[in-house]
Design a protein around this ligand. Structure first.
Ligand code: HEM
Length: 443
């Protein structure tokens, strides 16, 4: 298959590498891009440079070699790791509240006390993440589950919720882009999976590496935080993929991520990264992530026929091609008609209602993870998509699109339930000796 790239944040890339590049060469280059992208968290739109492998890890497959040795130093053009670049196969996403304050409603701390706590946590996490990125998990956590394991493209991303700004007395610093998400008609939210003062996302190509890093990071903040919700997410591993360069599938079996802004494009940079001057300085060069825990009604979904499932999304299940077009990389043509003269992409198909054509150009970078918690006590299947959408401004990304999907009757709504929701500001990477979010807490 030649459709797309290693992750849902990447659009069709193979054309760019095509024309004289062998499949082997292509995969090597995709591997190299993965190595750099995930390890460094390169700012959107930046050129990729070749990796510098250490002697110790050259025998390992590229995606396992990926080290945080190339992790970014801060500056307004530097996104944190874990935003652009191919998503690693496993991710823990953890939302926490500050002890004694925050959206957990514990109360007690003054704004000054909350600010000290928050600074202590962000300082700890920045330092720990930096070491994890540069030295790998085995070096940082002696005797941990990740001992003897390669870095596995470990990447740590840290964000803050609006409730943190309240708690620390910095309501004045709240960016417009961080406005509360509106209620959507199709919401089925449960408090237990919503909000959070702080966000930690830990991605790795190996679940033990991710688990050990999460353990390490949360232990360092235990005194000042409590976990509000967490999700362990996963995607197909490169090792199991017939074509590791192909865009992966979600638990519904759909190729998911095809029509994302292409890696390295200026569209991706514009879509994802908050420009200096567009909001408060503490968020210049950062990004905003909307996280939605979306349960899939998988039994109902797989009870329907393939034809129906294709019409719900508007794409061919086997190849991912838009209905009415050939090839997964073909542009969506909403005007295409079938033999019966009706629209090839049905009126209520997900891609018709989600695409920028019908949302005043709204764009986001979708970079979510599947989750599977088995079955709830009442027999309900608890699996789906931890949808994560990265953008410079949710009011020009997630919000209008979700509004349209909810109000215009996205055919997918019958098979999904939005049960969790959160919005986090993810500041730029920290400069050496600095910590993520200092400009907010000490500004
Ligand atoms: C479980 C829930 C969801 C599933 C299974 C799902 C699945 C898909 C699939 C299979 C595609 C087509 C391939 C692609 O371009 O990636 C797609 C496209 C898209 N989805 Fe979703 N999606 C879900 C939720 C959402 C939500 C909540 C949003 C935003 C509010 C969204 C926004 C989009 C956008 C913008 C596109 C690209 C449309 C285009 O330009 O062609 N999706 N989705």
């Amino acid at each position: 298959m030649t459709h797309g790239r290693p992750g849902p944040d990447d659009g069709p890339q193979q054309q760019r590498f095509g024309g004289g590049v062998s499949r082997r060469g292509l995969l090597a280059r995709v591997g190299a891009a993965a190595l750099i992208g995930a390890g460094t968290g390169l700012g959107a739109g930046e050129a990729l440079s070749p990796p510098t492998d250490t002697a110790a890890d050259t025998a390992a497959p590229p995606r396992l070699r990926m080290a945080g040795a190339h992790a970014p130093r801060g500056g307004p053009d530097r996104l944190q790791p874990g935003i652009t670049g191919p998503p690693p196969a496993f991710a823990h996403v953890v939302a926490l509240d500050l002890a004694g304050s925050g959206s957990g409603g514990g109360g007690g701390d003054s704004a000054e006390g909350a600010r000290e706590r928050a600074a202590a946590v962000l300082r700890e996490w920045s330092a720990a993440a930096d070491r994890l990125h540069r030295e790998g998990p085995a070096a940082v956590v002696p005797g941990a589950a990740s001992a003897d394991l390669l870095p596995a493209s470990l990447g740590v991303t840290v964000g803050v919720g609006a409730s943190l700004l309240e708690a620390v007395g910095r309501r004045d610093a709240r960016p417009e882009a961080m406005a509360d998400l509106p209620e959507f008609a199709t919401d089925a939210l449960r408090e237990q999976w919503c909000g959070g003062d702080l966000l930690v996302q830990v991605g790795a190509e190996d679940p033990m590496v991710a688990a050990a890093a999460v353990q390490h990071l949360l232990a360092r903040a235990r005194e000042h935080t409590r976990v509000r919700w967490s999700v362990r997410g996963f995607r197909r591993t490169s090792a199991a993929a017939e074509d590791p360069a192909a865009t992966p599938r979600n638990l519904m079996g759909q190729i998911d991520g095809t029509n994302n802004p292409a890696a390295g494009s200026s569209l991706l940079a514009r879509t994802v990264q908050a420009r200096p001057g567009a909001g408060p300085d503490w968020m210049a060069g950062g990004s905003y992530v909307v996280v939605r825990r979306i349960r899939m009604l998988l039994e109902d979904w797989f009870d329907t026929g393939v034809d129906h499932r294709e019409r719900v999304i508007g794409r061919d299940l086997a190849t991912g091609a838009p209905l009415g077009r050939h090839g997964p990389d073909a542009e969506v043509d909403l005007g295409a008609t079938g033999a019966d003269g009706r629209p090839a992409v049905p009126d209520h198909a997900h891609i018709r209602l989600a695409g920028p054509q019908n949302n005043l150009g709204a764009r986001m970078l979708r970079r979510g993870y599947s989750f599977d918690e088995g079955w709830r006590g009442d027999g309900t299947r608890d699996a789906g998509l931890l949808f994560m959408a990265w953008q410079a401004d949710p009011a020009r990304g997630f919000v209008p699109v979700q509004q349209n999907l909810a109000d215009s009757g996205d055919a997918l709504n019958e098979y999904t339930r939005h049960e969790g929701s959160a919005l986090f500001a993810v500041p730029r990477a920290a400069s050496e000796g600095d910590y993520i979010g200092r400009a907010l807490l000490e500004g």
